[in-house]
Every structure is written in C-alpha cells, then in structure tokens.
Design a protein around this ligand. Structure first.
Ligand SMILES: [Zn+2]
Length: 287
C-alpha cells in the first residue's frame, strides 16, 4: 500500500485532507501501542517481584512446577540448573498458581493494584493479563528484528507478537512454552519462556492429549483450556524431560510412553481427534 501524503485526500473518502482527517487518529493509535508496549517491560518485573514476595506458597508452587525435582532451598540456583529456571517459575507462580482464595496473584493484583505503584498504561494492562496462562506456541513467521506470528499448539489460535528481541531468537517451527501478554492489539512474550526445537511440537501435543485424557476422568467435558487453567505446570514437566543438548527423537517417544504409564492410560487410547487415520480413506489420485 503506497503511503498517503499529508495533503492527499484521506483514504476514508471523507474528501478532507489526510492531515485534517485520519492522520492524527492513526498517529494517536500508534503512540498508544508504543506506550502499552513499553508498559509491558516495566509492569512485568513488578509482577515477578510480587511473586518473589509470596514465600508462603513457594514450596507448594515449586513442587508442582518442577514436579518435585527441586526443594525450596534450591530456588536461588534454578537459573543455573534449568535455563532461566527461577524466572520461568516465578512467572508461572504469578500468572497460573491459584492461592487459597482460588485467585492467581495477577488476579489479586488487578483487583487491588495499590501496592504496585502503577503508571497509567500499566494500570490499563494489568486487568487484561488476568486470563493469561502458560501455553505452548509454534512460531509461524518471523520478521527479524521486528515481530512474529505464533499459533497456540493446542487451540490453533494465531497471535501477532510485537517482540523484537524474540524475533531475533526464534525461527519458524520453533516451539515456545511461555506466557503471551496482551499489549494493545498485539502480544509480547512475558517474563522468561522455554524455547524448544521444532521436532518437539508433535510430541508435546501427544503429551498434552494424554494429560487431557487423564483430566477427563474427573472433568468429563474438559478441553485443553480447562486442563491448562487447572494444571498448566504439565507443560513445564515436558520441558524438564527434554535434553539440553542435541535433539533426541527416541527420548521424545520415551517421554510420551512414560507419561502414558504414569497417568495409567491404556496403550492406544488417545481418542481426542486431531489424528488422521490414513488407512481405508479414499485419496484422490491423479492420472
Ligand atoms: Zn479520514
């Protein structure tokens, strides 16, 4: 689309010059987007600090997020033991962990933000963050140094990500286990996230299907959204099981097999759809 000059007729067809019609509106919207994008970078550490200041729940939250692997004394070492492990844990604690009253820390803060000393755009953002949970995303396209598009691995929903740092690290097909924070019309990968190789996508999907099947014993109609609103830590359990060095396909199969055994699911019991059976289907063959 060619840029319109300030003195050209406005694209809306009003007959007025662009500078007297939609130019100021569009400039204001862009400035607002920039303000909100900056507010993500200042609000995120405030939320993480609030999580750090909730030591009562740390033992229970740590046990769930790391599947019992690390005692609370090791929290300080987690950034070394697991890639950015302490920060990933605190991000999860803030957004996903439910306190005694059933609310998450972010939900509590959004209702009573006085303790955080927020500026105006931060105040605007916080209520939009209450629905954010740890999820898995597949990178669809990247404009290096600018932004990227991702798709939720389980809901298939697509999101535009305004995150220039992430756009330099990630490539199409990569998997991200993290939090997508709304920032105006776009989203930003918030706090610390786990970055996985493309070959993990399919197995992570199978892994989540197994957990959903087990979850449905008590919640018959649940979908992935309900599963992850209740126990999103399973996504980190998958991340923990992966090797840090080279990709290892046999290990991916092992993770799924061990999960099946641990959840006491039968051999071929995945019946959640999404898996195509090629046998016996009529294929259109040319010629
Ligand atoms: Zn106009």
């Amino acid at each position: 689309m060619p840029a319109i000059g300030r003195n050209d007729p406005c694209h809306c067809g009003s007959g007025k010059k662009y500078k007297h019609c939609h130019l100021p509106i569009e400039e204001a919207a862009r400035a607002e987007q920039v303000r909100l994008r900056r507010a993500v970078d200042t609000l995120t550490p405030k939320v993480i600090d609030a999580a750090r200041a909730a030591p009562d729940v740390v033992p229970d939250a740590l046990q769930r997020f790391w599947n019992g692997k690390y005692p609370p004394e090791q929290l300080a070492e987690l950034d070394d033991l697991e890639n950015r492990g302490a920060e990933r844990f605190l991000t999860w604690l803030a957004f996903d962990y439910r306190f005694d009253d059933g609310r998450t820390l972010v939900e509590r803060l959004a209702e009573d933000p006085a303790s955080l000393e927020l500026n105006e755009p931060e105040r605007q953002l916080l209520p939009q963050w209450t629905g954010v949970r740890l999820r898995a995303f597949v990178v669809e396209s990247v404009r290096k140094g600018q932004d990227l598009d991702v798709r939720d691995l389980l809901s298939e929903q697509s999101y535009a990500i305004a995150d220039s740092a992430a756009s330099r690290r990630l490539a199409p097909g990569d998997v991200v286990v993290g939090h997508l924070l709304p920032a105006g019309e776009k989203r930003v990968i918030g706090g610390a996230a786990a970055h996985l190789t493309p070959d993990t996508a399919e197995k992570l999907h199978e892994f989540a299907e197994l957990h959903l099947e087990a979850f449905r014993r008590d919640h018959p109609d649940a979908g992935f959204d309900e599963l992850l609103r209740t126990k999103s830590e399973i996504l980190n359990h998958f991340v923990m099981a992966l090797p840090v060095e080279a990709p290892d396909p046999s290990l991916l199969d092992q993770i799924v097999l061990q999960t099946r055994v641990a959840l006491q699911l039968a051999g071929e019991s995945i019946g959640l759809g999404g898996r195509k059976q090629d046998e016996g289907r009529d294929e259109d063959v040319e010629g």
